[in-house]
Design a protein around this ligand. Sequence first.
Ligand code: ZN
Length: 238
Amino acid sequence: MSRFILLCSLFLIVGCKENQTKKIPESPRRITTIDSVKITEVIERKFKTFEGLADTTFVRLADFSDGFVYDMRYATENNFLKAQVYECAECYTRVKTAKALIRANNEFKKKGVRIKFFDCYRPNSVQYKMWKIVPNPQYVANPVKGSIHNKGGAVDITLVSLEGDELEMGTDFDFFGKRAYHDNFDLPQEILDNRKLLKETMEKYGFWSIRTEWWHYNLSAASNDKIADFKWDCITNN
Ligand SMILES: [Zn+2]
């Protein structure tokens, strides 16, 4: 009798374990569902869309793409002014400029490179700050007239490898001299090829360059926009 009870107990224990085993496959499925929801949320939170935004709205480029590299020099003292004129490093442009930059960068990426920014939209009040330090129109646009940077239509850029290594362009950003000129062909072929790739691709997506700065590009469609003094929020972090 006692053996019978023991056998019954064993059967119950095994039976319970079997019941537990049967439940196991359901849990991972639930976790997977939760994970995929989480992943979707992260993606949705990470990138905004341009839907419903006017072409002239100011946007933070990093909210729309993670394909760019940033080295915002005016948020440091590592620039020709030797002064930090931005409170924090951010790259804002008008929507139409951001769209053109993303399109250009997609083409660059197919060729194994991508855009690295040195400067983007620059509030007009910062232009005044720069003018106060260097009041010379040869180096700084007069803030009264403003620059296309103040319109959210100009960017200072170079190309980097997908890993982030800068391509050789012959000079650093904001080097003022003949070596930075587009029409200076007295440079190693590699530099000329890199500049050509940058210039031709940017032109294809609606940008034009100025003769004396290989890094500066203006969006043609931004020429008639107004000088702005919108200031970005320094609390934003990636
Ligand atoms: Zn510039």
